[in-house]
Design a protein around this ligand. Structure first.
Ligand code: PMP
Length: 445
């Protein structure tokens, strides 16, 4: 399998960076929070796949609803006027669970196309309200919004731009709310104030009549799990409304209990104009994403689309009945199945155990909310010195961690990201922390 993978399967991020020599790790089976590879090596998956398997592996009830739906009706497109019961029920359930008036769902296949869809719907909104010049989007440095051209452009990580003529001319950035490395220190009020001021000046620079929206993750994931101060999200949402621009919350990672509440926006008591979702929506059992639209935003598009032209947007697999059935069962597991509550309980132990790691000589910053954490590595704790990039220390740790039986991700060469399934038990949190500590100590040796 490893030979065939090397020969025929393309993994763009790694295929041309040494992966040729080592080959892929082929996963064979999984149960609970553990995955086993083709060599029989078992690891605790402290990253829930790619921050998505929030309910853990091996849920028979999900298998049953998927099989039943495949037998009954494997396909109905949500592109045109057909629909299906699972898609309708999932949209209805999301409207119940999502904060405020986010009552309308458009289904996609994942997060990148959810972000693309949000961008196109925002353009439709402004075209319909005779403001076609409002087409500039602002996102955060170190933000991640997907791998499509539009999503990669909104993503402010250089590797996604270089050689691809990105960002697009209408994509702009402001600084990340990054307390640990804020130029004026870590004071939360200051971080919030500076973010708001930067958004205001970027909008002034571009012209308020030219800016469509600000898009941000409530906690930046792939940029290095950057946790802004509590209150930042609300301050930015309020600033957007003052500046007459829309606010898109990209909850692809933070949605579905990852940070504690069902949605990070709910925890901060805000309702964005638009919310993008994926990952935990189907917990990795089947691909699906969604864009949730707030009432006035939706109404404006719907009323004008009826009167004018249709919005040219949709996918063959929009509202896929099997994925929708899986999504419904996954949502049931979060609530009635107690997985959200379990995640909240385990998050306390998680935070406690990670707090102990803060003493480690290589650890400069430990930041977490719920079961989402970033550990930033430094070579000097007082000076906050970044490890030399050529060492690739975080990647080295991730590789070593795998040998020690724990899976986590490396970001920006100096941050380790953790996002275990919300189904993780207290004992498994301890096991994860032990294996992580051992990995950090091995590296010091
Ligand atoms: N937005 C965010 C915040 C993400 O983290 C991701 C994926 N990591 C995406 C969008 C893109 O999602 P997908 O990979 O499902 O296309």
């Amino acid at each position: 399998l490893i030979e065939l993978d090397r020969e025929h399967l393309v993994h763009p991020v790694i295929s041309w960076r040494g992966h040729e020599e080592t080959g892929a790790t082929v996963l064979e089976k999984a149960q609970g929070v553990f995955v086993t590879d083709s060599a029989g090596h078992e690891s605790l998956d402290a990253f829930a796949g790619l921050w998505c398997v929030n309910v853990g592996y091996g849920h028979e009830s999900i298998v049953e609803v998927a099989a039943e739906q495949m037998r009954r009706l494997p396909y109905a497109t949500g592109y045109f006027h057909f629909s299906s019961e699972p898609a309708i029920r999932l949209a209805t359930r999301l409207a119940e669970l999502a904060p405020g008036d986010l009552n309308h769902a458009f289904f996609t296949l994942g997060g990148s196309d959810a972000v693309d869809s949000a961008v196109k719907l925002v353009r439709a909104y402004y075209n319909f309200t005779d403001q076609p010049e409002k087409k500039h989007f602002i996102s955060l440095k170190r933000g991640y919004h997907g791998s499509s051209s539009v999503g990669s452009g909104l993503t402010a990580l250089p590797v996604f731009h270089e050689g691809f003529d990105l960002p697009l001319p209408w994509q702009h950035y402001i600084s990340s709310p990054y307390p640990y490395r804020h130029p004026e220190g870590e004071d939360p009020e200051r971080v919030i104030r500076d973010s708001v001021a930067e958004l205001e000046s970027k909008v002034a620079e571009l012209g308020a009549d030219k800016v469509a929206a600000f898009i941000a993750e409530p906690i930046q994931g792939s940029g290095g799990v950057i946790v802004p101060p509590t209150g930042w999200l609300k301050a930015m949402r309020d600033a957007c409304h003052r500046l007459d621009i829309l606010f898109i919350a990209d909850e692809v990672i933070t949605g579905f209990g990852r940070t504690g509440p069902m949605f990070a926006c709910e925890g901060e008591e805000i309702t964005p104009d638009i919310m993008t979702l994926a990952k935990g929506l189907t917990a990795g059992y089947s691909p699906m994403g969604a864009v949730l639209l707030s009432e006035p935003f939706y109404r404006t598009i719907a009323d004008n689309a009826k009167a004018n032209a249709p919005v040219g947007h949709g996918f063959t697999y929009s509202g896929h009945p099997v994925s929708a059935a899986v999504g419904l069962e996954v949502l049931r597991l979060y609530t009635e199945g107690g997985i959200l509550a379990n995640g909240q309980r385990s998050a306390e132990r998680f935070s406690q155990r990670l707090g102990e790691l803060a003493e480690h000589p290589l650890v400069g910053d430990v930041r977490s909310r719920g079961l989402l954490a970033g550990i930033e590595l430094v070579t000097d704790k007082t000076e906050k010195t970044k490890p030399p990039q050529e060492l690739g220390i975080a990647k080295h740790l991730a590789k070593h961690g795998y040998a020690n039986g724990v899976i986590f991700r490396a970001f920006a060469d100096d941050v380790i990201g953790l996002a275990p399934p919300l189904s993780i038990t207290l004992d498994e949190v301890d096991l994860m922390a032990e294996r992580l500590t051992k990995t950090l100590n091995d590296i010091l040796d």
